[in-house]
Write a protein that binds this ligand. Structure first.
Ligand code: HPA
Length: 279
């Protein structure tokens, strides 16, 4: 195990010291090209990952690498601006660590955003999908290894991992924002290569709607802790082989930037609604 309960507690107390004990209610993980969301937050404190004991450091282009604390629409947030992926060399087990830290800081739900390739041929780049489930056929679970019983049981349920309640709330918010929201299955690929056209055809046959290289380890970590997840994927491109053209990270980032205002208004409205639920 690359970390223990003791090192996690040290990480959490370091963060609490830096933030003055700020207690976030919602955690948000920002995907590639979607980092602009953090600018909306009325910031209390920002901590670069490199300064947090035991925290991994993100190396993926377009991922900034800091924890941002602050409020938005009356809700206290902690935002991971920059996330970690298996393709950076981190083990699946280590990918669980930041999500566990967010839970220990006090969040009661996790919003995860990502860029994905549309496997679904009826959708277009710029479309936004709520994740209703995922398929992960590759690699370990983030919960492989000794079970940390403080977080959850050895064998855990994933039936409502992408909370039905949060999805219903997000659908209402999308309507309010005038967004024609999709809902579908996120098919996880470890990357860093984009998928082959044959892999995408196989994923479609298996029931995938969107292909991506992140999110699933975070959602599983949350499911282990019974932490509700809202997953939002931006289709930045049609997945490999659908169009007769190569895929590039420039295309992904450009589409992310172009859709940023819609993603931002959706997340902001979701946060506002969550804030209202507490009243
Ligand atoms: N595949 C995997 N991950 C991605 C893609 C894709 O086509 N687009 C953005 N992230």
């Amino acid at each position: 195990m690359e970390y223990s309960m003791e090192t996690l507690r040290e990480t959490v107390s370091y963060i609490n010291e830096r933030t003055g004990g700020f207690k976030p209610q919602t955690g948000i993980v920002l995907g590639s090209g979607l980092g602009g969301l953090s600018k909306l937050i009325d910031k209390v404190c920002e901590i670069p990952y490199g300064e947090i004991p035991g925290f991994p450091v993100s190396t993926a282009p377009g991922h900034e690498g800091r924890l941002i604390f602050g409020t938005l629409e009356g809700r206290r947030l902690v935002c991971m601006s920059g996330r970690f992926h298996r393709y950076e060399g981190y083990s699946y087990q280590l990918l669980a660590m930041p999500v566990r830290v967010l839970k220990l800081l006090g969040i009661s739900e996790l919003i995860v955003t990502n860029a994905a390739g549309s496997i679904n041929k009826d959708w277009r780049p710029g479309d936004i999908m709520l994740i209703k489930d995922h398929i992960k056929l590759f690699g370990d679970s983030p919960m492989t290894g000794p079970n940390m019983a403080e977080f959850g049981p050895r064998f855990f349920d994933t039936t409502d991992m992408y909370s039905k309640k949060l999805r219903a709330l997000a659908k209402n918010c999308a309507k309010e924002c005038g967004i024609d929201i999709k809902e579908g299955v996120y098919f996880y690929f470890p990357g860093p290569q984009f998928e082959s056209p044959a892999e995408i055809r196989a994923a479609r046959l298996l029931g995938g709607d969107a292909a991506g290289m992140s999110t699933v380890s975070e959602a599983l970590t949350a499911a282990h802790m019974k932490l509700p997840v809202l997953g939002i994927s931006l289709m930045t491109n049609m997945a490999a082989g659908i169009l007769d053209q190569p895929l590039s990270s420039e295309e992904v980032n450009e589409a992310g930037e172009a859709a940023a205002p819609r993603m931002e208004s959706l997340v902001r409205t979701v946060i506002k609604r969550l804030s209202g639920e507490d009243d």
